[in-house]
Design a protein around this ligand. Structure first.
Ligand SMILES: NC(=O)c1ccc[n+]([C@@H]2O[C@H](COP(=O)([O-])OP(=O)(O)OC[C@H]3O[C@@H](n4cnc5c(N)ncnc54)[C@H](O)[C@@H]3O)[C@@H](O)[C@H]2O)c1
Length: 442
């Protein structure tokens, strides 16, 4: 099958590469020339474990191509996947300018090629309910015939994107006709063979499903974060509570880890977009307004602990930060709690020395040269007044804490991800603040 992928970011590049791996002929379109140059030079522009192998293999097999030529990509393909950004607009709603802009371009291209074969425009971007209908309207206005717009939301997780795409829990397809549904199912057939479930529905249900999934997960995390704050006050340990509640099969174990708030390119904007859309339709989802608020507050809990420890004066002090990415196994810095925390520390007159295995290049876009970027995790700690753990990369789980202790001015840890073994840090004489646990002060 000939597939065009419009937008070659985290979703588009992974989708395009994985569909090429399944034997399809894929052309990925992007208008970012810097990114295109890298892609054409067989350079993976993002960090995503396991992507490079598939990427090189499918370029070598001539099944994966990169271009800025939207016209040829659209005309030559049966299925056109939209993987475009839908960032948060100023009023909290999803900004659909990229999606609608491309819809207009596709409409004009198809209008100029009236004899074109039937086109399926499948939207993988996360968009508010009604967007498939709005794209259809744009094509109708341009007198385009022989097309259908379907919803096919993407559920991959950055850091596990290739695995998630190759072995999805489910594939959601929202289509209006049997023909489009069958065609879409055919490109996912290899995944169904491996046991993934295809769930068929109308486009509106499919569009809502994506927001429902992300908002629910954001709510789960937020519940645990608020519970963690409560645990600290009453002398409970949130990790033990998590085990106790998560082993209930009605609840399940995943997405119950307390921390410093959710971030990333999806949860914050998707929660806000659903709040906005629900208000627009007069059916406000009030719970989500609190989720967003509690999450914003949670991003600063570590700074509050730190201020309390240092008697509200951190001017001139230096803090080591381990982890900048919004979560491990990605270089994505969008809405990362680390940015909020570091900005606050800098505002209060502190200095920051940071280390992240993959995200330091992207972090510079947000933090410029206002922080020191260390070569490794131990260099970051040298001469610091305390260590803050902001992303739970594996390599931070079991570090040489004796070395950390020697490098710090005083052995103080603010563990925003509960990665360290508290028995060990206690034995070594650390003062250790965690999330949802009584601090160890010594
Ligand atoms: N990142 C994730 O983990 C994830 C997961 C599921 C769904 N989503 C959703 O998928 C969509 C894409 O997300 P992403 O993280 O891949 O975004 P991204 O910003 O990484 O990538 C988007 C790409 O689109 C390109 N682009 C923008 N305008 C274009 C145009 N006119 N023509 C061609 N290319 C254009 C950009 O240059 C960029 O490469 C969003 O709606 C997002 O919410 C993201």
């Amino acid at each position: 099958m000939k597939i065009a992928v419009i937008g070659t970011g985290y979703v588009g590049l992974v989708s395009g590469t994985c569909f090429a791996e399944m034997g399809n002929d894929v052309v990925c379109v992007d208008n970012n020339q810097e990114k295109l140059t890298k892609l054409r030079n067989a350079e993976v522009p993002i960090y995503e474990p396991g992507l490079d192998l598939l990427f090189y293999r499918n370029i070598a097999k001539n099944r994966l191509h990169f271009t800025d030529d939207l016209k040829n990509a659209v005309v030559d393909s049966e299925i056109i996947l939209l993987c475009l950004p839908t960032p948060q607009g100023e009023d909290g709603s999803a900004d659909l300018k990229y999606v609608f802009g491309i819809a207009e371009d596709i409409a004009k291209i198809l209008n100029d090629n009236p004899g074109h074969e039937f086109k399926i425009i499948a939207n993988k971007s996360t968009v508010p309910v009604g967007t498939c209908a709005a794209i259809t309207e744009i094509l109708n206005k341009n007198n385009v015939k022989d097309f259908e717009v379907v919803s096919n939301p993407e559920f991959l997780r950055e850091g596990y994107a290739v695995d998630d795409f190759m072995k999805p829990d489910r594939i959601v397809i929202g289509a209006s006709s049997e023909f489009a549904m069958t065609k879409m199912k055919s490109i996912y057939y290899p995944f169904v063979l491996k046991g993934s479930l295809v769930i068929e529905m109308n486009p509106e249900s499919s569009e809502v499903t994506k927001y429902a999934a992300n908002s629910y997960l954001a709510m789960r995390i937020t519940f645990m974060n608020e519970l963690a704050n409560f645990c600290e006050v009453v002398g409970a340990n949130v990790d033990l509570v998590r085990k106790g509640m998560g082993s209930d099969t009605r609840i399940g174990k995943r997405f119950l880890y307390a921390g410093i708030g959710y971030g990333g390119s999806c949860f914050p904007k998707d929660v806000n977009a659903l709040i906005k859309t629900s208000k627009e339709y007069g059916s406000e989802m009030r719970l989500l307004t609190m989720v967003d608020q509690v999450n914003k507050d949670q991003k600063l809990v570590l700074v509050k602990k730190l201020l309390k420890h240092f008697n509200n004066n951190i001017e001139g002090l230096k803090f080591a930060v381990w982890g900048l990415a919004f979560k491990p196994n990605t270089d994505d810095m969008r809405e990362a709690p680390s940015v909020v925390i570091i900005e606050e520390l800098l505002k209060l007159g502190a200095k920051v020395s940071a280390y992240d295995p993959e995200a330091m290049k992207n972090a510079k876009f947000y933090l410029q040269d206002r922080v020191e970027y260390a070569q490794d995790q131990y260099k970051a700690v040298e001469g610091a007044n305390a260590l803050l753990v902001l992303t739970e990369w594996n390599e931070f789980n079991n570090p040489d804490l004796e070395q950390v202790k020697e490098l710090l001015v005083k052995p103080i840890i603010f563990d925003g991800r509960n990665v360290f073994n508290r028995r060990k840090t206690k034995e070594l004489g650390f003062t250790h603040y965690s999330i949802g646990k009584t601090p160890i002060i010594q």
